[in-house]
Design a protein around this ligand. Sequence first.
Ligand code: F6P
Length: 364
Amino acid sequence: MKRLLVATGGGDCPGLNAVIRAIVHRASKEKEWEILGSIQAFNGVLWEPTEVLVLDDDKVSGIHFQGGTIIETTNKGGPFSWPIKNKDGSWDEADRSDEMIRKLQYMGVDGVINIGGDGSQRISQRLFEKGLNIIGVPKTIDNDLSTTDTTFGFQTAVQIATESVDKLVTTAASHNRVFFMEVMGRDAGWIALNAAVAGGAEVAIIPEFPYDINIVKDALEKRFHHNRGFAVVVVSEGARPKGGTTATVSNTEVGYHNVKLGGAAQKLMKELSEAGFKHDMRETVLGHLQRGGVPIAYDRVISAQFGVKAFEMALENDYGKMVAYRHPDFISVPLKEAVAEPNLVTPDNALVKTAQGLGISLGV
Ligand code: F6P
């Protein structure tokens, strides 16, 4: 009997269950493979008692269109930074990676499939360097992992953001207002840029292009004639003004290492007011709506392809790699390459040129 352990780590993302289902269904076509699911990323392995369940065809039947992940996830802690509470109530972190690898050996696990974003794949690479047989699957609505054409979940987030632009356009037009819609994506502007093009927004503000407030103001004023007009501005949560900083909120959750972004749209509105922009402004923060609910068909299809390929890589002992989509193929790339550089929007990107061609201001 060969055993493969599946874990989902980082923020949840539409398509996670479709990947899990694909791994299990593909594995059941082979003799003598058992698929285990670790609850909450690697916590399930590290907890005492362990929380690991057997994933069989029955368990994953029909989950391809369910949002979230049936084996839960976490973006806190992890095998290299396990939170430990001190007697005085403060917290330290312990490296439990060696212990986890030993435990996996004891459990008879031959390989691991780690479905996660950049943080999770960095953990995969470090575990691989320690000798663990591990394969990564690129998950994130942010689409910020390089070496793959796209990550799963991203297009669903773009769809949700686009539908929201569509809705804001009608209320903005009715009230002669400017709406600022803040979207996720961390340091990558892919969701904002795609939603702005698909939804016909007037302005897209993305982290890669720090904005000039006067350029944004001019672009918006051009939308008004004798106080009549409207506009929709899509703002990435990681946006920042030229020479300025991103808007952040504090987070005291134990083991949470990410900088928590939030308030970019509000910051932009405040700066516009200070620059003398007079029209009515309103803000909508999409937040986790972008991650919840059913994956669109495109994400279900690529999730299935990512899952089948990941299992086949395990069959071929192709470890230390991440599945990557290179249209129309699904290939394996070294994890080291996958985490080397983030996938960010560059000025020469074709979609940037399309946005500019459409007259969408990028605030620069
Ligand atoms: O990386 C995915 C993501 O949704 C980012 O776009 C966002 O900044 C972050 O996760 C939010 O994380 P949390 O779920 O901890 O609020």
